[in-house]
Ligand binder design. Sequence first.
Ligand code: KG4
Ligand code: ZN
Length: 348
Amino acid sequence: MKILSIESSCDETGAAVVERINGKINVLSNVIATSSQMHAKTGGIIPENAAREQIKAIIPIIIEALIQSSTKQAEDLEKSFSEARNILKKDIDAIAVTYGPGLIGSLLIGVETVKTLSFTLGKSIIPVNHLLAHIYANFINIEEDEIKFPFIGLIVSGGHTDILYFKSHTDYKWLGGTRDDAAGEAIDKIGRMLGLSYPAGPEMERRAKFVTKPNIKFKSPLLHSEDFDFSFSGLKAEVMRFVKVNKLDNDLINQICYATQNAIIKVLIKKTLNAVEKFGAKQILVGGGVSANKTFHKELKSQADVKVLFPKKEYSTDNAAMIGAYALVNGKKEKWENIRSNPELYFA
Ligand code: KG4
Ligand code: ZN
């Protein structure tokens, strides 16, 4: 089974071609256009700008993903259009698309493009929940039986911080999530106070590595609560108060990055390990942009008694391959008329 998959829930526009052979998911192409440099100028995403960029990018991105998935290379634009159309018609069995959650303007672009392709070419659509796909990014390039139920799924991205307990693909339970800012959102907002480029996660991680003697500490909110909830707005406020009364220089910015990263990682690990213990989980599957953080990998892997899976970096942050992976493992085909973008989509 070969799938074209589309992701357009936030400021990335992604298209990928993925296939499943003998239970293993292979990524044949994974193309991304991001408007994050534009958002770097405003320090965050302006939804209408993101959607405008996506509408320009989506068709070229789909064409590129289709062409890259095939061994045939088109010599010019005209030929690449017809080549892509042939691949889509002949080789692709279904089209998967993120239908939520996300920004409505952004979601609509992916969903309506896919509906048009489905209507004109008669292809089935597999609607995919973006959050579940972050967890299923871990199914890419591994043997399917390497994943053992029950597992704990941890989603840490710019928009979400959630812990789930999976007994099977269809039987899962949301255990808790953030009460206010998501982990990545706190990182980006604190990054903005420090003058880091947007999104701030990669620079925060890089700067934190320079710190050999940590000399400041921020509180990990809700660290000792029995539930599986998170709260990161207090951390943001604590850093803001600190920044107001201290003169920032390069070393101090590095120290703040270290202390922020540490406070976030600490509570993510504690709650995840609590969930593993409480539910007797066999594995932990992490996903979302913040899961690209290597310090987080190292710490969680060293503290957990069970196997921990993180996606490869290109499948941690928003991408279309993970949408295809979910569709291949657990997707359901839907008639195009029944599919609606759902910005508020959560867990069923
Ligand atoms: O999953 P994602 O690409 O988009 C959403 O669905 O939100 O996550 C983006 C978030 C941003 O907040 C970004 O700062 C964070 O992931 N991020 C990181 C790293 N790379 C990206 N956070 C910590 N360390 C990183 N290396
Ligand atoms: Zn995401």
